[in-house]
Design a protein around this ligand. Structure first.
Ligand SMILES: C[S@@+](CC[C@H](N)C(=O)[O-])C[C@H]1O[C@@H](n2cnc3c(N)ncnc32)[C@H](O)[C@@H]1O
Length: 359
C-alpha cells in the first residue's frame, strides 16, 4: 500500500494528476505517505462531540471527535498531527480550523487545548486567526451568541515558506477631487504640513522651499499610487522624539540639518489581519454535510503558504473544499476521508471543477 501511495504522491508532484482522494482512516493512511512530501495542510477535523458524520457502522470507532473525554480527543488529534509533521516538508505549514464546545454548560476551550498540546509536541504556532462567521447561532438564553471559530497556523521550523506579497491588501488609487484634493490612506492631505512650513519661524527661507518641494513630491507619489501614506515632521512644530539626540537618531539629524523629515508607507499594501469576516458556506448542506470550508477562507492559506504546483493535503477532507480550492489556484490536492458518501460528493465537485486559475 505504501508503494501505491508513494506513486500517487509522485503523480501529483509531476503534475500528472491534479488531485487524489484516498478513502479511509487518515490515522492509518498518513503512516503510508512518503516523508516530507507535502507542502501545506489545510484541514478541519470533526469538533469534539459535535455531530455524527455519515460513515459505515464498522468505521464509527475511527471517527475523530466521538471520544468521551476531552483529553482523549486532544491526544488523538495531537497524534494525527504528529504523523502530519513527518509528511510535511521542512518549510511547510499547517492550517487547523477548530470550533469550541459547551459541556455541562462549561465552555471547554477545545481549540486551545489542542493548540497547546501541539505546541508541547514541537509545533510552532504562528497565528491564531479568528474566523468571525457574522451570523451566530442562538442556542441558550443565558449567554451570548457564538460567532467565531479558530484557525491556527502552525509550522515545523522557524524558517518556512511565506509569500507575503501574494496576500497583501493593495491600496486603491486615491481619488482626485476638484482636480487637486488628495488624501492618504489615513486621511493626511498635506494641508496642515503646508501651513506649518509656511508659518515656521524655525526654518530658513531655503529650508521652507525644500520642505514644500518634498511635500509636493510625496503628495504626487500618493496620487500615483506609489505610496499609501506619509507623516512629516518639521523642526520646531512637532513634539520632540525620545531619540531627539542627533548622534543617536538619523531622523533627528535630518531634522537638524534639513529642517524636516518624511516617513512613508509604500504601496505594497498591508497584510490581512488575524480576524477574518467570512460567512460560512451553506451551498453543500443539501448533501448532509454541515461544516464546509468557504472558498474565501482557503485563499490566504493557499496563496501565502504554498507555491503553484505544491501539494496541499486535507486529511479530514469532507466534501473536498480544500482540494477544489487547491486546484483553482494551480496547486495539487490530496484528500483523505473516511466517509464514502463525502468522497463521492468530493469527486463530483472535482470532476465538474473549473480549470486551474492563471495567477
Ligand atoms: C469538519 S468535516 C470536514 C469538512 C471539510 N473541511 C469540507 O469543506 O467539506 C470533518 C471530516 O472528517 C471526517 N473524518 C472523521 N474521522 C476521520 C478519520 N479518522 N479519517 C478520515 N476522515 C475522518 C468526517 O467524515 C468529516 O467528513
Amino acid at each position: 500500500m505504501a508503494f501505491l501511495y508513494q506513486q500517487q504522491v509522485e503523480a501529483l508532484n509531476n503534475g500528472i494528476e491534479h488531485f487524489i482522494i484516498l478513502t479511509g482512516n487518515c490515522n492509518e493512511i498518513l503512516d503510508q505517505l512518503p516523508d516530507e512530501s507535502i507542502n501545506c495542510v489545510i484541514t478541519s477535523p470533526p469538533y469534539w462531540q459535535m455531530r455524527a458524520y455519515h460513515v459505515k457502522e464498522e468505521h464509527s470507532d475511527l471517527v475523530i471527535g466521538t471520544e468521551r473525554k476531552p483529553e482523549e480527543y486532544v491526544k488523538n488529534l495531537t497524534l494525527i498531527f504528529n504523523k502530519i509533521k513527518r509528511v510535511l516538508k521542512a518549510d511547510g505549514s499547517v492550517w487547523l480550523n477548530l470550533g469550541d464546545k459547551y459541556h455541562n454548560k462549561n465552555l471547554m476551550g477545545m481549540p486551545w487545548r489542542v493548540a497547546l498540546a501541539m505546541q508541547d509536541d514541537g509545533w510552532i504556532l504562528r497565528n491564531d486567526v479568528i474566523w468571525h462567521q457574522r451570523k451566530g447561532t442562538q442556542s441558550a438564553k443565558d449567554r451570548l451568541r457564538d460567532m467565531y471559530e479558530h484557525i491556527f497556523h502552525f509550522v515545523k521550523n522557524k524558517k518556512y515558506y511565506y509569500d507575503d506579497d501574494s496576500i497583501r491588501i493593495k491600496p486603491k488609487k486615491l481619488p482626485i477631487i476638484n482636480g487637486k484634493q488628495t488624501i492618504s490612506a489615513t486621511g493626511v492631505s498635506g494641508k496642515k504640513y503646508r501651513k506649518q512650513i509656511s508659518e515656521s519661524e524655525d526654518l530658513t527661507q531655503e529650508e521652507r522651499k525644500e520642505a514644500l518641494k518634498a511635500l509636493d513630491e510625496t503628495l504626487e507619489k500618493i496620487r500615483n499610487g506609489e505610496l499609501v501614506d506619509f507623516r512629516m515632521t518639521i523642526r520646531g512644530t512637532q513634539r520632540t522624539y525620545h531619540s531627539n539626540n542627533s548622534k543617536v537618531s538619523g531622523r533627528a539629524k535630518e531634522l537638524e540639518t534639513k529642517g524636516f523629515f518624511i516617513l512613508t508607507s509604500k504601496a505594497k499594501g498591508f497584510l490581512p489581519s488575524d480576524i477574518w469576516d467570512i460567512v460560512p458556506e451553506d451551498q453543500w448542506r443539501k448533501d448532509a454535510h454541515y461544516a464546509v470550508f468557504p472558498a474565501e477562507l482557503l485563499r490566504i492559506p493557499i496563496l501565502a503558504t504554498s507555491r503553484v504546483g505544491s501539494i496541499i493535503l486535507d486529511p479530514f477532507m469532507g466534501t473536498g473544499s480544500t482540494i477544489v480550492a487547491a486546484n483553482k489556484f494551480g496547486r495539487s490536492g490530496l484528500g483523505i476521508e473516511l466517509s464514502d458518501q463525502y468522497v463521492k460528493i468530493a469527486e463530483e465537485r472535482l470532476n465538474t471543477n473549473q480549470p486551474a486559475l492563471q495567477i
